[in-house]
Design a protein around this ligand. Sequence first.
Ligand SMILES: *Cc1c(COP(=O)(O)O)cnc(C)c1O
Ligand SMILES: [Zn+2]
Length: 470
Amino acid sequence: MNSVAAKTDLAFQKCIAPRCGATYGIDEIRVQCEVCGDLVDVVYDWDRARPPDSFAFFEQKWSRRADPLCASGVWRFFELLPFAPPSQVVTIGEGQTLLQSAPHVASYVGLKPGRLHLQYEGMNPSGSFKDNGMSAAFTHARTTGAARAACASTGNTSASLAAYCSVTRLMKAVIFVGSGKISYGKLSQALDFGALTVQIAGDFDDAMARVKEASRDLGIYLVNSVNPFRLEGQKTIMYRVLEGLRWEVPDWIVVPGGNLGNSSAFGKAFAELREIGLIDRLPRLAVINAAGANTLYELYHRRGVRWNQGSPDTGAIDGYYADLDSRGRRASTIASAIEINRPVNLNKCLRSLEWCDGVVREVTDQEIMDAKAQVGAGGLGCEPASAASVAGAKQLRSEGIIGADERVVCILTGHQLKDPTATVAYHTTDQDKFNEVLGSRGVKRAAFANRAVAVPNDLEEIIKAIQLYS
Ligand SMILES: *Cc1c(COP(=O)(O)O)cnc(C)c1O
Ligand SMILES: [Zn+2]
């Protein structure tokens, strides 16, 4: 079934390994290259696709918001991901997000006021950036006539898939989750939206392995981020960042790294914009791991693994995984959305790091929770994984890698209410609760705790407390 894409196709799929470069038709369902096993990209023949020659083209779509394809923050950029006919596009209003200047967080990070922006993806319909990718993968699934769609998830992908299935009724959702690690905010979404939820006795990496096998055996459409169409939707996060900056390229994009779909998509977004002449330079990219799930950091920062013109050192990568296995090491971090040891998009992320002169850092759970509290104090709520971007920016700033004057965009990947347990534990006065939720993760103190003030049910005492603390 090795169908080679026709020379006249406007969009097709292509193996990312330059030494292979096998091509596949756009309508194929493919999570890896059949020839060499590497990841595949969605690629476009830009000469024939004829993208707009100015960003103003996208801005004028604001005035046509009655059309769902113009209102969607993903499909407003249709001309930059033209893999399906407009009539097949699935949208539930994703991508109506916010790029907010955050002076309070800027000072925490060590940047001048006005130099730090937060791209808040918590505003998506299911509360995380995953909806950007899901609308694109779902669109592709629809063009293939799929009846069921599946994913393994630390929570947000499943919430997103479940939402698309229940809103559109185009497919049935089958969701694989690990046991114990998923936050209630996310699990509740999948259940509420009516998805078939299969809880595996294992962690995310186990759920991922099983969902691949089950989907293959049952012919179910897989929407995990190995799916190249997901990344097409996630490119639009960068288009909206540029739009929010009046189409000026920032100096840095800082993003948490889990399965590395975002970092992969962001690099591709900028490389394509340069290729078609809409920008003339790429921002630098910083990908931030949690210290308890730091495969990318270990490989890139410590062991020098690079894209290397499409031939990354697979020996070093396999050796690292074998070492993890032999020591029985499992990913462990409070930032459950990035609690992943085997990032499926590793090679694409390495490519993005090369395109964007990237850096990789790791941050502790303590740093993540402190940064999260600072983001909250600045008025935007995010879940722990999201705050890794801010903690990472702070670290890079203190190392002098990021300059105080540089323009930095941190991606806040998911909404605060996804994981209220972590937030309440951080701010709680109850030491047992704190230890139970955060202590086992190595979080020792809540430097920015906003404790509830306990008062008797007595007006005089209440008034005293308010005067004392406000
Ligand atoms: C999925 C997810 C991530 C990880 O993103 P990748 O693209 O897999 O690296 C980070 N934060 C949140 C909130 C997520 O849901
Ligand atoms: Zn290949």
